[in-house]
Design a protein around this ligand. Structure first.
Ligand code: FAD
Length: 481
């Protein structure tokens, strides 16, 4: 007798509910795939579309966003699929590992809740990794003072909690993220005493073909420039913060001009009083889950093909985990990943012509990101400002002097050897924060760190792992595909 059972609906797990993960989830769900979308955050949106906590009852949540209609479209699409049962959205699920099995599928291990205490597992046929990026911050004397925050952190606090720290702020470092951060703080009533950019972004304006292909970016940039003018925010390019001052908390920063070679120009230092310093030196891709699964990395980003597939069968990657490039690029990559995954999970051949528009957006986004990379960079000689007593690894309280000693006296030539000799990078963040600084002080290139766990995991959870695998009805919430 013929088997009349309906074919099993394939199951895709998407890690990360930012623009890339949302686009992937919606594209796959619209094509008959059952999707589980996991994210550490309490709401979908990722970094770019971060919303105020619902309990705050914000009356105009769109006030701090410049792509609100896209955020709304994604949110409504997600809600519709959740209602229809095609997407399950697991918020506050901190994924610490993904591994092959059982069978040909994958198991995603997470810790649930704000306290990250309850284990949960999701088994799926395939994975899309859309874990985004994180901020790079380089040390300087005084950077550990209360009141010094990352640029994205200041923005996340503003967008997520509608709170600002301190009445006067300096926004500093390098990269396009400084513009929305300064504009957002000023719009929220903070006096932004200066936007201090170490690069010379005017060089970008001369690249007409890049802008011609991205008119929306030109409009976005012009919007920030207008907002900064309106709020009378002084913009200092080719300047850097060399020191933060304060007794107990931040009171002022010293800002100085840079010469063409990236050295501080003598005699240009001046003090700017401020209660907050929001500082960032660019972004780095978040690649831990992909790396643990054995996916190839190109430099610091996950390698993908034109369908956004990694070189591990069944694993796709999209958004800033594959390279830093902005929300538009993440959306395009996520859409392609979702469509490709759906086609392959249904056993059909994906038709790239069907996502030609997204592919064009991806090409334009990558070209724009490459152009930004040629312009924005920390000062070439930033280490000259880092005094020996400056803390470099905040978790293990390792100073720049200790790193320099490991290099000069003990012969360390790479970040790993410095870590073994000084403990820099051995703490809670596992070097996510200090690795760029240690690499710079060591004089070596930053290479990916291999971290088997994407998040800290209690030993008890690890100890119970084999029991989970044997017991499909375990109360910790094992879900099968
Ligand atoms: C703090 C910050 C602020 C930013 N602000 C702006 C801005 O104002 N304007 C702008 O143009 N660009 C901004 N960017 C850049 C912007 O984030 C990206 O362009 C865009 O959001 C990238 O989309 P994505 O989907 O690739 O990643 P993201 O938006 O970063 O989304 C990744 C998601 O994955 C989740 N995640 C990561 N790891 C795990 C894990 N192990 N377990 C569970 N969930 C996980 C995160 O919680 C997050 O929701 C910002 C970036 C950062 C880091």
């Amino acid at each position: 007798m013929a088997d009349r059972r309906a074919p099993r609906t394939p199951h895709l797990a998407v890690v990360g509910a930012g623009p890339a993960g949302l686009a992937a989830a919606l594209a796959a769900a619209a094509r008959g795939v059952r999707v589980t979308l996991l994210d550490a955050a309490p709401q979908a949106g990722g970094q770019f579309h971060r919303r105020p906590a619902e309990a705050l009852g914000a009356r105009r949540p769109q006030a701090l966003h410049h792509a609100w209609s896209t955020a709304e479209r994604l949110r409504e699409g997600l809600e519709a699929h959740v209602r229809a049962g095609s997407v399950r959205h697991l918020t506050e699920h901190h994924v610490w590992c993904a591994e092959p099995g059982p069978g040909t599928g994958f198991t995603v291990h997470a810790l649930r809740g704000p306290e990250q205490r309850e284990p949960a597992e999701v088994c799926a046929d395939a994975l899309v990794l859309a874990t985004g990026g994180y901020e790079k911050v380089l040390p300087f004397p005084g950077w550990t003072l209360p009141g010094v925050v990352t640029a994205g952190g200041a923005q996340a606090m503003l967008k997520g909690t509608l709170a600002v720290s301190g009445g006067t702020a300096v926004v500093a470092g390098t990269g396009p993220l400084l513009l929305p951060v300064a504009a957002g703080l000023a719009a929220a009533g903070v006096t932004v005493a200066a936007l201090v950019e170490s690069a010379a972004p005017k060089a970008l304006l001369r690249r007409a073909p890049v802008w011609a292909a991205q008119p929306a970016k030109l409009a976005e940039g012009a919007g920030y420039a207008a907002a900064l003018l309106r709020h009378r925010v002084p913009v200092l390019t080719r300047h850097t913060v060399v020191e933060a001052h304060g007794t107990g908390r931040l009171e002022a920063v010293t800002v100085a001009a840079l010469d063409a070679g990236g050295h501080v120009r003598p005699g240009t230092a001046r003090r700017v009083p401020c209660a907050t310093l929001a500082i960032g030196h660019g972004m780095l891709p978040q690649t831990d889950l992909a790396d643990t699964l054995g996916c190839r990395l190109d430099g610091l980003a996950v390698h993908v093909d034109t369908e956004q597939r990694t070189d591990v069968p069944g694993v796709w990657a999209a958004g800033e985990t594959t390279g830093i490039g902005g929300a538009g690029l993440s959306l395009a990559e996520g859409h392609i990943a979702g469509r490709s995954a759906a086609a392959r999970l249904h056993g059909t051949r994906p038709d790239p012509a069907a996502w030609a528009r997204a592919a064009r957006a991806r090409d334009r986004g990558r070209a724009f990101a490459a152009a930004l990379d040629t312009v924005y960079a920390p000062p070439a000689h930033w280490t000259e400002q880092v005094t020996d007593d400056t803390t470099v690894c905040r978790c293990e309280e390792v100073t720049a002097g200790a790193v320099r000693e490991a290099v000069a006296d003990l012969g360390a030539g790479d970040v790993r050897t410095v870590k073994l000799l000084t403990r820099a990078g051995m703490g809670w963040c596992q070097g996510r924060m200090c690795a760029p600084a240690v690499a710079g002080l060591t004089g070596c290139a930053l290479t990916p760190s291999h971290r088997p766990f994407a998040r800290p995991v209690p030993l008890g959870v690890l100890a119970r792992q084999p029991d989970h695998r044997d017991d499909m009805s375990h109360p910790t919430g094992k879900e099968t595909g």
